[in-house]
Write a protein that binds this ligand. Structure first.
Ligand code: ADP
Ligand code: MG
Length: 280
């Protein structure tokens, strides 16, 4: 019988990079170019991060690395690629968002801009009470956030591990979309089962880089598309879903009134979204 805890320890040890080895990061992983290493040094000097381990996931715009803070808490470091070509098709999202009117001139600046944009969006979502990993800090092209998972093993994506109670999870995601929109004035704009982590049936919405302010000229289409993606996924799992047009319309109408938050729910004219839609 192999000693499983030893295997686990070895596995973690292999992925661990001690601070003195930081320069070797660029040899083991191409995401660590000089620019990124400088950012990592800065983040470590500020004592936001104590140790960095290996990459845990690779997305279309970033690599996500596991780290630990000075209290031994796990962190996720999202390192944005600094290659110009990776960002070309993302430009349309930024056009029309009044917060990002300047044109970035080089790939490093562009990566940093995405990083800053995602951090700000996450902060807004987090403060609105949306279930997202807690954003902690950012510097250049590195975003530091709460790690969702355990000992360097990230929580699975919703697409791979469906929740136990699909109906409750569906409602939960829709109510989070409402909080982001009405309280945070934010539309995720890339919402799907690929950007939701299922951690013991708690659904964390991640990847806020493309999110737009509700003043965006296309906000209605983007909101509709997010809801449609969620509807498509959950109806496949057998949940009974409310028509995406109806939900989008309800959200827009409700966003025009004034709201209070009670028990974590957005209340407009005495009703939460479920009451408004006559569900339950
Ligand atoms: N806070 C986090 N905790 C654990 N894993 C994470 C976290 N954030 C991202 N990940 C992992 O990294 C992957 C890529 O992150 P994401 O933000 O979706 O980047 P991309 O824009 O490249 O798709 C995710 O699918 C997930 O597996
Ligand atoms: Mg993603």
């Amino acid at each position: 019988m192999p000693d499983e805890s030893k295997i686990e320890r070895d596995r973690i040890e292999k992925r661990r990079f001690r601070i003195k080895d930081i320069d070797q990061l660029k040899l083991v992983d191409d995401v660590f170019n000089e620019y990124t290493l400088k950012a990592l040094y800065e983040i470590m000097n500020r004592r936001i991060v104590l140790e960095v381990y290996g990459p845990i996931a690779q997305g279309k715009e970033a690599k996500v690395i596991w780290g630990k803070d000075y209290d031994g808490k796990d962190l996720a470091l999202k390192v944005y690629y600094t290659l110009a070509n990776r960002f070309v098709n993302r430009n349309p999202y930024i056009i029309g968002d009044r917060r990002f009117s300047g044109k970035p001139s080089n790939p490093f600046k562009l990566a940093s801009m995405w990083c800053r944009k995602e951090f700000r969006n996450m902060k807004r979502a987090y403060e609105a009470g949306v279930l997202v990993p807690r954003p902690i800090a950012f510097y250049s092209n590195i975003l530091v956030m709460e790690f969702i998972g355990e000992e360097g093993v990230p929580a699975p994506l919703l697409k791979d591990v469906p929740p136990d109670d699909v109906q409750a999870a569906y409602i939960d995601v829709i109510l989070n979309v409402e909080k982001a929109f009405i309280i945070g004035k934010l539309i995720h704009a890339d919402l799907s089962e690929y950007n939701i982590l299922n951690w013991n049936n708690k659904l964390y919405i991640i990847d806020w880089g493309s999110a737009v302010d509700s003043s965006h000229p296309n906000f209605m289409d983007l909101l509709y598309r997010d809801v449609r993606n969620i509807n498509r996924f959950f109806s496949k799992l057998g949940a009974s879903v409310v028509d995406e047009g109806k939900i989008t319309e309800a959200l827009i109408k409700r966003s025009k009134g004034s709201y209070i938050v009670s028990d974590g729910r957005v209340i407009v004219d005495g009703k939460d979204l479920l009451g408004y839609l006559s569900i339950n």
